[in-house]
Design a protein. Structure first.
Length: 278
């Protein structure tokens, strides 16, 4: 009996060995955007699933603008607004950060299961000068159990999982990407700390018809920059169209970008009262 028991024990040990010696997936140290390109990003596009447009953030030297474009490449609206530069920098920094990538699949046949097809995925593109694509990424299933999201690049079929920290940027709403202040921070020349004292506007609105009556409030910032607020009275709030004149020290590229701004935003009655009393 002891011999039989020993043989059975040996068989049992051999049968269980693979369970304990199986290799775990070893993560790779990679980044979504090559860090060497972090200072070269000239344009960013964010396209969400089932949308007929995408958000485009474009750099003009140190100034960034935002707009919506149709998938055909044409402008989806006439509005061009100043982007929240700190958010843009945070996105580039997050994408350039080297972190752990866990391989999930190597075959295109797994794209649908992981929701990284062109139709299912949230797409993030980084462009350099001359419209050169620096990185094109397709984000799929967000695994809440592991706090990881599936991602692939257009350069290779491999699908990875990585920390879902990047998902905070996978949105195309202006409340996140537009400069939040009544007077755009870049125009004022204020630092991030100084800008905290500025009043904030509400959601963006379609540009009012030019035939509507409005009042004008002008503000200069001591650096040669000025903002003229065209104020349209609403029932319980205001719609404001800011016309911006940059400092004379800005580059020609920045000046043209500022002159191209065309957007409107809502302002509450309380905020407007404080704007007028400044």
């Amino acid at each position: 009996m002891s011999i039989v028991a020993a043989v059975l024990g040996a068989v049992l040990i051999l049968s269980l060995t693979p369970l304990f010696s199986a290799k775990k997936s070893v993560p790779l140290q990679l980044s979504l955007l090559n860090p060497k390109y972090s200072e070269s990003v000239a344009k960013i596009q964010i396209q969400l699933p089932q949308q007929e447009h995408y958000l485009e953030l474009e750099r003009h030297d140190t100034f960034w603008t935002g707009s919506y474009c149709q998938l055909s490449g044409y402008s989806a609206s006439s509005e061009i607004w100043p982007a929240d530069i700190s958010q843009v920098k945070n996105l580039i920094s997050s994408a350039s950060k080297v972190c752990k990538f866990y391989k999930k699949a190597d075959s295109v046949s797994n794209y649908n299961r992981l929701s990284v097809t062109k139709e299912q995925a949230a797409v993030l593109r980084f462009y350099g000068q001359d419209n050169q694509i620096l990185s094109e990424l397709y984000f799929g299933i967000d695994n809440t159990a592991t706090n990881r999201i599936a991602v692939r690049s257009s350069a290779k079929p491999t699908v990875y999982e990585l920390s879902d920290d990047i998902t905070v940027f996978l949105k195309d709403d202006t409340s996140f990407w537009c400069d939040p202040y009544i007077y755009p921070q870049w125009i004022t020349g204020m630092s991030d700390e100084e800008a905290k004292q500025l009043l904030r506007h509400g959601q963006l609105f379609p540009l009012p018809p030019e035939t509507e009556k409005y009042s004008i409030l002008n503000k200069d910032f001591g650096n040669g920059a000025e903002v003229s607020l065209h104020i349209y009275q609403g029932s319980d709030s205001f719609v404001v169209v800011p016309l911006c004149v940059p400092s004379k020290t800005v580059s020609a590229v920045e000046k043209r970008a500022v002159e191209s701004l065309a957007y409107a935003y809502s302002v509450s009655a309380w905020t407007m009262q404080h704007v007028k009393s400044e």
